[in-house]
Design a binder for this molecule. Structure first.
Ligand code: ASP
Length: 443
């Protein structure tokens, strides 16, 4: 038998290898486990939601107390998430670009990712519109008098393109302008790659910063049970169970569309383009999906999503580029929500959308989803752009705003599942490309 020769460069390397080997041997003689069973974060969040509904119902007569003393803690939680998203997106995309280390490869992966994201989002809005039309007859005619919502101002397409490029180094971060942060990360990342060897300390610094901010996110997310409770309880106390009852049909419609989109679109793409069993995909994604459902934040779910996709075999370099990008620009669930809510709001005002208006909704919803970050409650901001694009009253958002959290949990789950499906597909394609290139070289 041929003996394997092992060479160690340093003593530390020899110790590391010895420890690794020990770790591999240990499971054969396991020590009795003394681990205490801790409730998973997703379970804690679920309990917090149930408690919020119960306490909210009990506080209906003192709703102002819930608004004054409970809601602020929810706002603190949201503020913390908003505080962390700019550095998370900047450093995770930077780290992703650097790890790919080849600009041509980034172009290839980036191009495939962008096309996939745009196509699935357009599909999602269309599915949302179709289901909303199927349910249209069942939508309740809610009173639209007295509702008000301040929407975002609509900007022209050219202005939107110009605004993607930052004119200042700091404002993208201070304004949490996601598209500008992505452009910034790409430019700096490319520069680091091009500088090469000399930029090694920068590479290390970026990776360390990425780890630090991911840790911050993890710490903030530990507060999610409290955050969820404090956000949901005042909503229930203010609106009572009636709001959920009267809007139940819109919720049911949105959730059916969410499920159909995931089952039909993602199963097909994962199977056909990624050569992966959809069942295996959804099973592997369960922890991330549960977390997204309870936290309502795609950016917050990033670390778990990375873990799940890597466990399913996605390459780390693809995941660390495609997932942070998806958490900011790919929102299929939000697009479905926009399709459903646009038809619902139109129905409440007694308006029927023309086919041209529907095409406009699909285009605007697809583009609007690009610029908004994956944080709780981002959907209504985008919805105001969509409503404005087809001349519907923005005030209509107030009709669904009270139960936005419930819509948000479902749409975030779809959002992150879409990001993960893209990661699996791009990773598979990249592997195939590399195999082909290797075969060509050796031939
Ligand atoms: N909460 C969603 C997300 O994080 C965005 C939205 O509000 O639709 O993906």
């Amino acid at each position: 038998m041929e003996e394997k020769k092992v060479e160690y460069k340093t003593p530390a390397e020899a110790i590391d290898t010895a420890q690794e080997t020990l770790k591999k041997i240990e499971p054969e003689n396991p020590e009795p486990k003394k681990e205490k069973k801790k409730l998973s974060l997703a379970a804690q969040i679920f309990i917090a939601m149930v408690l919020a509904i119960i306490v909210g119902l009990c506080m209906q007569n003192v709703a102002s107390v819930a608004d004054s003393y409970i809601k602020p803690f929810g706002t603190i939680f949201l503020n913390l998430i908003k505080f962390i998203i700019a550095p998370i997106v900047l450093f995770s995309i930077l780290a992703g670009v650097i790890s790919l280390s080849d600009i041509k490869k980034i172009g290839m992966i980036g191009g495939t990712t962008l096309i996939y994201y745009l196509c699935t989002t357009a599909c999602a809005t269309t599915i949302g519109l179709i289901f909303a039309y199927l349910f249209r007859g069942a939508f309740p005619m809610l009173s639209t008098s007295g509702v008000s919502y301040e929407g975002a101002e609509a900007t022209s397409v050219m202005d939107t393109i110009v605004n993607i490029f930052p004119s200042n180094f700091l404002t993208p971060i201070t304004d949490a302008n996601m598209l500008q942060i992505i452009v910034m990360a790409l430019i700096i990342g490319f520069a680091i790659i091009l500088v090469g060897e000399k930029a090694a300390p920068a590479v290390k610094a970026v990776n360390v910063c990425n780890d630090i901010f991911m840790k911050c996110m993890e710490m903030i997310l530990k507060l999610s049970p409290i955050g969820v409770f404090c956000l949901l309880c005042p909503v229930i106390a203010d609106n009572g169970p009636s709001i959920i009852g009267s809007l139940a049909i819109v919720l049911v419609c949105a959730y059916i569309a969410y499920i159909v989109h995931m089952v039909v679109v993602y199963s097909t793409t994962v199977k056909v383009l990624g050569h992966m069993s959809p069942l295996k995909f959804f099973k592997g994604m369960m922890p991330a999906m549960l977390f997204a459902f309870s936290s309502a934040s795609s950016v917050g779910t990033l670390p778990i999503n990375m873990e799940c996709t890597e466990k399913m075999g996605a390459s780390k370099e693809v995941a660390s580029f495609v997932l942070p990008l998806g958490a900011t620009i790919n929102m299929d669930g939000t697009a479905i929500y926009q399709g459903v809510c646009t038809v619902f709001i139109a129905a409440c005002y007694g308006i029927t959308l023309t086919p041209q208006q529907m095409v406009t909704v699909v285009l605007t919803a697809t583009l609007a989803s690009i610029g908004t970050a994956g944080v709780p409650g981002a959907g209504p901001i985008m919805l105001s752009m969509v409503l404005a694009s087809v001349g519907l009253p923005i005030d209509g958002i107030a009709l669904v705003y009270g139960i936005d959290r419930i819509f948000d949990m479902g749409r975030t789950t779809v959002n992150i599942t879409g990001d993960a499906s893209c990661t699996m597909i791009v990773s598979y394609m990249q592997k195939k490309r590399e195999e082909k290139a290797a075969a060509k070289k050796s031939a």
